[in-house]
Design a protein around this ligand. Structure first.
Ligand SMILES: C[S@@+](CC[C@H](N)C(=O)[O-])C[C@H]1O[C@@H](n2cnc3c(N)ncnc32)[C@H](O)[C@@H]1O
Length: 259
């Protein structure tokens, strides 16, 4: 399935809003008024909208029409001006050296060829500008979902490209030969639901990636086992209190300064 169709399924924002804090923090730390900013794989637009409200001139790109529609509505409601572009992030229809800041929160990590994606990020950034990428660490509750799901999926397994963006050593390899100086930080976002049951339902019924997994696993008759494993993973990593389930999730923040 094409990325635009996959990510238009379900209701990504129902999940993604719970970790939007990571995008807001990034925008708060990096964006300055008057900068030109590109948000790659913007989804419902948390980073793009925050950057525009901080006074930047923002372009935001995604392949999923449904998410861009949500982003447009949200930007209008927030009074944020953003140029929205429906396009594939692996071949961005924008010029070289065009942006002071190129950012991707949990987005460019899905590109099938990480080296080509890194080259595209560097191409779009001006010399002296910065690139910021957020990706779940493999040890985090979200990173741990890939090895959980792998054995349930029919067909040969393989390393997910997502992991390549999640450790400094592999990120250095992804940017090898490109004119950037890299800097890393591990950060945490607290993802909150009304309870553990709500977390499992929200993920399995709304998250587009999980809807794709479910469609692949259900015909094998093993979906209820995978759902059980997901629940166990969340329960082991999160904190349940009356009316609230909190899952702390670590992510790697890569900052690249282009020379
Ligand atoms: C996990 S969401 C992140 C969205 C947003 N940046 C956020 O932080 O909420 C991943 C996003 O990547 C987008 N995406 C995946 N593959 C893409 C591609 N090849 N081109 C453009 N966007 C893509 C999806 O449509 C989705 O919006």
């Amino acid at each position: 399935m094409q990325p635009g169709a996959l990510w238009s399924m379900g209701d990504y924002a129902s999940n993604g809003d719970r970790w939007a804090e990571a995008s807001l923090r990034l925008a708060g730390e990096l964006v300055r008024p008057g900068q030109t900013v590109l948000d790659i794989a913007c989804g419902p637009g948390p980073f793009a909208i925050a950057a525009a409200l901080a006074g930047a001139e923002v372009t935001a790109l995604d392949a999923a029409p449904a998410l861009l529609e949500t982003a447009r509505h949200r930007a209008r409601d927030a009074g944020a001006e953003v140029a929205w572009v429906e396009a594939d992030m692996t071949a961005v229809p924008l010029g070289d050296d065009a942006f002071d800041l190129v950012a991707s929160a949990f987005g460019c990590m899905f590109a099938p060829d990480p080296e080509a994606m890194a080259a595209e990020l560097v191409r779009l950034c001006r010399s002296g500008g910065r690139i910021a990428v957020l990706a779940w660490t493999p040890e985090s509750a979200f990173g741990a979902m890939a090895p959980l799901v792998g054995p349930y999926l029919p067909g040969p397994g393989g390393t997910s490209p997502v992991e390549r963006w999640a450790r400094p050593a592999s990120v250095r390899a992804v940017f090898a030969g490109l004119p950037v100086r890299l800097q890393f930080a591990v950060r945490t976002v607290d993802v909150v639901w009304d309870g553990l049951d709500h977390a499992v339902r929200d993920i399995t019924e709304h998250n587009p990636a999980w809807l794709g997994i479910r469609a692949a696993v259900e015909p094998t008759g093993r979906w209820s086992d995978l759902e059980w494993d997901l629940r166990a993973l969340l329960a082991a990593r999160g904190r349940e209190e009356p009316g609230r389930f909190t899952l702390p999730v670590d992510y790697l923040e890569t900052l690249a300064a282009k020379s």
